[in-house]
Design a protein around this ligand. Structure first.
Ligand SMILES: [Zn+2]
Length: 340
């Protein structure tokens, strides 16, 4: 690309860290850094620190005038309004007009979406989904997120929130309580926290010997379950069977909606590899409507773990447009909320 502005900035705001980097058109992260998301009680102070640190980064690679746009992945961020609408894991009152504030601070166009959508765009631009026009990104982290791509376009839906597949109910009876307040959601079973929850249940319900019994039951993490399974622990392996089974059923269901060419699996749990993917694929095929049997691929993300979040967000920077006068303002966007 011979553009005079050959780079984009990607910002991935997580509940703990905000990671940012400068990325070129081929998806090379030229420089990156991070700040603590929760350090500032005032969102303006957070924006100030972010601006200072990004300018420092740009100056270190002589790129101050070379930025085409900024892409942001943040929890519950809305592509249409540029707002973080509900800060479940964030220390500030919402909604926050994040895209507008950043754009004014930097004088550069900003586009914003939720973290799973950013990952899908990153995968489509630089990763395993290059060349795919119909795929569904499934992110397996603390929760389960998804980004649905149909005919090369990310699906935002009427209000910007499409693709919350982690909150599809997979157990109608006696399902686990979910952070969303309902029960039986996919993410209560197939996220990293869901895996740990299953392991704790198995340890408490059975008296089968397991390496996991060496760990206080409330402290068992998905990483512990992975390590035990890799060491041959039968109980831990069954936790992955159970998880892969439920996720496979869900993917077979998701297929009927948009007929994806592939699912791309991303996030910490995806690194479990065949421990999870084998039962997942078997269950998906077992439950698949016959017209799609043995047609839908399950791919692992190709984005380098350390760069993935920033890459995904940065890819959105190429779509960023200058702010327009129709930008939704926080006051008019908020539905007559009671004063705090
Ligand atoms: Zn839920």
């Amino acid at each position: 690309m011979n553009s005079p502005k050959p780079y984009v900035i990607g910002i991935d705001m997580g509940g703990t860290n905000t990671v940012f980097g400068v990325v070129d058109a081929r998806g090379v992260v030229l420089a990156s850094n991070s700040i603590k998301t929760r350090k500032h009680a005032d969102f303006n102070d957070y924006i100030d620190e972010l601006h200072t640190e990004i300018m420092r980064l740009l100056s270190s690679i002589d790129a101050e005038d070379k930025i085409f746009g900024i892409g942001v992945g943040a929890p519950n961020a809305n592509y249409f309004t540029g707002m973080i609408e509900d800060g479940v894991n964030l220390p500030w009152p919402t909604p926050i007009p994040f895209a507008q504030m950043l754009s004014e601070k930097f004088g550069i166009p900003v586009a914003i979406t939720n973290d799973a959508n950013a990952a899908a765009i990153g995968e489509m631009t630089y990763g395993a989904a290059r060349g795919l026009k119909d795929f569904i990104m499934i992110t397996l982290g603390t929760g389960v997120g998804s980004g649905i791509v149909i005919n090369g376009q990310l699906v935002y839906g009427h209000d910007g929130f499409a693709g919350e597949l982690g909150h599809v109910i997979v157990k109608r009876n006696n399902g686990r309580l979910c952070g969303c307040g309902r029960t039986g959601c996919l993410e209560t079973y197939c996220s990293a926290t869901g895996v740990a929850r299953t392991a704790r249940e198995y340890v408490e319900i059975t008296d089968e010997p397991s390496l996991l019994r060496d760990i206080p039951v409330e402290e068992i993490t998905s990483k512990d379950v992975y390590d035990a399974a890799m060491a041959g622990d039968e109980l831990a392996k069954r936790v992955f069977e159970y998880t892969g089974n439920i996720l496979g059923e869900a993917l077979a269901d998701f297929t009927v909606f948009s007929s994806p060419e592939a699912f791309v699996i991303f996030g910490g749990l995806a690194k479990s590899g065949e421990l999870l993917l084998r039962p997942l694929r078997e269950s998906m095929e077992r439950n698949m409507l016959s017209i799609w049997k043995n047609k839908v691929k399950v791919l692992q993300s190709e984005l380098k773990e350390a760069d993935a979040a920033v890459l995904g967000a940065s890819a959105l920077g190429w779509e960023a447009k200058p702010l327009t006068v129709t930008m939704v303002q926080p006051a008019s966007a908020a539905p007559a909320a009671p004063m705090a």
